[in-house]
Design a protein. Structure first.
Length: 255
């Protein structure tokens, strides 16, 4: 759990402060009192709890017993000051691919940082099931990292240009990353284009995808170096975002 982004905020705030990544996902979900939410791979549960606090009815699902225990314990603590949450959120230990949820039973399905951990076939199955579980007009909200184009090409550009500024890094910088950001955890890296393709083939009518910065990867090594700032300026132009932006997020709408 300590390798997961947002761990420090979770520990210090008891889940009441969302990390930047989860704030993005929460904003895209746009939940209200009439929203039914399925949070797939809910982890520590803070995103599910924030959705419930906004009035939604939430089901958080994770295959990890440790994650569900942490989420359930956090809910118990939240209920002390927010008794209205009782009955509005539940955490289930399940393999979501075999969960058997009813058709058209949710308004929002959240897939936050789970896609990169699923084999390609399992991701396709999950996208198809998400469409089945969603009501018409419902949406899947997703966040995944890293963008495959950034990893395969962008990091190489950082490496080459960095040498001009006396920064010498190994050609395969991924080997220096924290374990939670390497291939043994990330088995299914996506791009804007591959995500649109999978969701489109899964029955969704529209998929809006955008690229975001990530404080890890190149920034993990180079921080706020002068050449990073110059590359960040270049990356403001859309064609270059695919090379220099590591996170991919967005929504897929069921028409």
């Amino acid at each position: 759990m300590g390798d997961c982004e947002g761990f420090e905020q979770f520990v210090s705030s008891g889940g009441r402060a969302l990390s930047p990544r989860l704030k993005k996902v929460f904003g895209l979900a746009g939940v209200s009192a009439s929203t039914r939410v399925l949070d797939v791979g809910c982890g520590r549960g803070e995103l599910s709890l924030h959705c419930a606090l906004a009035g939604a009815e939430v089901t958080g699902v994770d295959s990890s017993s440790a994650a569900i225990e942490i989420a359930a314990e956090t809910l118990k603590k939240w209920l002390v000051k927010n008794p209205g949450l009782k009955g509005r959120v539940e955490f289930l230990k399940k393999d979501v691919l075999d969960a058997g949820f009813k058709e058209e039973s949710f308004d929002v399905v959240i897939l936050s940082d789970i896609i990169e951990h699923l084999e390609p076939g399992d991701f396709k199955k999950l996208a198809e099931l998400s469409c089945v579980w969603l009501k018409k007009g419902g949406k899947a909200v997703f966040h995944t990292s890293p963008n495959r184009i950034f990893v395969n090409a962008g990091l190489k550009i950082y490496n080459i240009l960095g040498r001009l500024y006396g920064i010498r890094l190994p050609w395969d910088m991924k080997k220096l990353l924290p374990r939670g950001l390497r291939e043994d955890y990330h088995v299914n890296e996506q791009t804007v284009f591959s995500l649109k393709k999978v969701f489109g083939k899964s029955g969704f009518g529209r998929c809006d995808v955008r690229l975001e910065k990530n404080p890890h990867y190149a920034y993990f090594f180079l921080k706020d170096d002068v050449f990073i700032r110059r590359l960040n300026f270049i990356s403001m132009f859309l064609p270059f975002k695919h090379l220099f932006y590591a996170d991919v997020c967005g929504t897929a709408l069921k028409l």
